[in-house]
Design a protein around this ligand. Structure first.
Ligand code: OSB
Ligand code: MG
Length: 370
């Protein structure tokens, strides 16, 4: 496969409501799509990050520069490009997993479209639909939160994840439990907002029987998570800490987590995400698929991954309507608590040109042959 052109499409979509986490507030999704044009087919992927480096150290502008000046030239230099060669070609570039992931995924999409094979089939997925969970942002008041959760439960979401931070943790969980009962699958995500000295506060979550507490401590604090795991009963799930199959193995061995949130972008792409799935499965550790407020382009690919056999917990695989009144693909709709896994070639969805135009800020070629 020969790469002829790589285009970046800067998009900006309004969210149905501001999404607030312990690291900041997101009023809109501001990101870019990558379109890779080869002699055989076109491939599409979505950058998972934001304009700011709040969730991780990458951001849209850093990714554009790294793609244009470092990643794409290395991949193009391999000549006959295939997805299996992308990882090795960019290995010498340290870091930048989100930038590597968007490039690898667009190339993978193009290659699979050439074979007329779906991403789900390529990855080894075993389900044709996946359970739909929802991540609920931090709110100003408890009544606001209860109203939001009530709406999601009515729509059929099978799992509720509450974002927490110091000052918004025990009480929201208590009130959601009180209002909706013990049968609701309820978990929390702190996005690194605590430290080990908060162990006593976090231990108060134990009485609610949550299946997990996601990323309470700093991303590089493996030891802290292992220590905390001895002090709280709620199983610890790692998100930000997990960057590769190797550090998944390390985290498991150290007892730093009993659950893993797999985000393909954070680990450099779907190939490494599958390796993490394999390592976790081999160790009896359940995994689930995380989200980054993806449009239909990123969401479609996540659904294929979430259909692998080791993804035994509902993920942040919500319907398009959770974040977007209008998506740039046909929207994913929740039905009986599940989303369908796309079956078409590649990621299995296409951008809707009319919608894309409405949300496009700029288009730039990052590479053009000749
Ligand atoms: O920690 O899982 C996270 C969104 C942006 C950055 C980090 C996270 C999240 C979410 C939203 O929780 C998940 C989603 O896309 O539904
Ligand atoms: Mg998280």
């Amino acid at each position: 496969m020969k790469i002829e052109r790589v285009e970046l499409i800067h998009i900006r979509l309004p969210l149905v409501g501001t999404f607030r986490t312990s690291f900041g507030s997101m009023p809109e999704k501001d990101t870019f799509l990558l379109r890779v044009i080869t002699g055989d087919a076109e491939g599409w992927a979505e950058f998972a990050g934001d304009p700011e480096h709040l969730y991780c150290d990458e951001f849209a502008a850093s990714a554009e520069l790294v793609l244009r000046d470092h990643l794409i030239p290395r991949v193009v230099a391999t000549g006959d490009v295939s997805v299996a060669r992308v990882g090795p070609a960019v290995e010498a570039v340290k870091g930048h997993p989100l930038a590597k992931a968007v490039l690898e995924t667009a190339i993978l999409d193009a290659e699979l479209r050439g074979y007329d094979m779906s991403l789900a089939t390529y990855l080894g997925s075993v389900h044709d639909r996946v359970p739909s969970g929802v991540s609920v942002g931090i709110m100003d008041t408890i009544p606001q939160l209860l109203e939001a959760v009530s709406g999601y439960l009515e729509q059929g979401y099978v799992r509720i994840k509450l974002k927490i931070e110091p000052g918004w943790d025990i009480e929201p969980v208590r009130m959601v439990r009180r209002e909706f009962g013990d049968d609701v699958l309820l978990q929390v995500d702190a996005n690194t907002a605590y430290s080990l000295t908060d162990a006593e506060q976090l231990r108060k979550l134990d009485e609610f029987g949550l299946p997990m507490l996601e990323q309470p401590l700093a991303e590089d604090d493996l030891r802290g998570h292992a220590e905390l795991a001895k002090l709280v009963h709620t199983p610890i799930c790692l998100d930000e800490t997990i960057n590769s199959a190797r550090d998944t193995a390390t985290a498991i061995e150290l007892g730093a987590c009993r659950v893993v949130n797999v985000k393909p972008a954070r680990v450099g792409g779907y190939l490494e995400a599958r390796r993490i799935h394999d390592v976790a499965a081999a160790n009896g550790i359940p995994v689930w698929c995380g989200g980054m407020l993806e449009t239909g382009i990123g969401r479609a690919a996540n659904l294929a991954l979430a259909a692998l056999p080791g993804f035994v917990l509902p993920g942040d695989t919500s319907a398009s309507g959770r974040f977007y009144a209008e998506d740039i693909t046909e929207p994913f709709v929740i039905e009986d608590g599940h989303l369908p896994v796309p079956t078409g070639a590649g990621i299995g969805v296409d951008v809707l040109d009319d919608a894309l135009v409405r949300y496009t800020v700029a288009r730039r070629d990052l590479y053009s042959h000749r």
